[in-house]
Design a binder for this molecule. Structure first.
Ligand SMILES: [Zn+2]
Length: 228
């Protein structure tokens, strides 16, 4: 695979699973399905792991990082750091920006990808199958420059073809969201379904679901990876 779009070839990808076990809330409880609980951080980490595994075995020279630890991920069984280890989202991002500068990363060649699943409603205690919307939502950055359109486009196209959930919509990251506001690199958020939808939750909980989601994200990134 050669880079079809050299101008968007990424030198670094920051992969963030968004939360850890200590983040309050962030779960769906399906009251009529035996009180099955979907914990967001678990799904996010599984997807992140699947994505990282694919990136590390692809032969790309794009480097992969845990932005919350400042650690380069070089092994498929990476143990994710706790997102909350650094106090405050703003400080966490500022700190990531600093080490990106230290390693000499050009911000326009760095993609900061946060992977989430979401609650669509205020209450995460769901009756029946839930009436929540479902599907994946891609949030490109508000600070958009020419080279980021193609990355968002290929993520969407690959998701439509390979994603195990429907694509619900594309929307801009909320302007004030810390990842958008403070990250020097290009921020992107992919919300991979709603943990208040039973249909989505079944994919989140299935052994193959997060794997398939990671694969779909990987395929979306593929044309923008660096080779050689
Ligand atoms: Zn989240």
């Amino acid at each position: 695979m050669s880079a079809q779009l050299p101008s968007t070839a990424l030198a670094h990808i920051l992969v963030s699973p968004g939360h850890d076990a200590t983040t309050p809330g962030k779960r769906g409880v399906f009251l009529d399905h035996g009180e099955v609980v979907v914990r967001e951080y678990r799904t996010n980490r599984k997807v992140a792991e699947a994505l990282v595994q694919r990136l590390l075995t692809s032969g790309t020279t794009t480097r992969v990082w845990d932005p919350h630890a400042g650690v380069e991920i070089t092994s498929g069984n990476y143990e994710w750091s706790d997102v909350s280890e650094r106090e405050g989202p703003k400080e966490r991002v500022r700190w990531a920006d600093r080490w990106l500068r230290e390693i000499g990363a050009a911000p326009e060649k760095v993609l900061g990808l946060e992977l989430h699943t979401n609650a669509a409603t205020k209450s995460s205690r769901v009756k029946g199958d839930g009436s929540s919307i479902r599907g994946a939502v891609l949030y490109p950055p508000t600070k958009r420059t020419a080279q980021w359109g193609p990355i968002a486009q290929s993520l969407v196209a690959a998701w439509k073809e390979h994603g195990p959930l429907p694509l619900f919509r594309r929307a801009l990251i909320p302007r004030d969201y810390y990842w958008n506001k403070y990250l020097d690199a290009v921020p992107m958020i992919f919300e991979l379904g709603f943990h208040t939808s039973w249909a989505d939750a079944q994919v989140h909980l299935s052994p193959d679901g997060p794997q398939a989601m990671g694969e779909a994200v990987y395929r979306g990134l593929l044309p923008h990876l660096r080779w050689g």
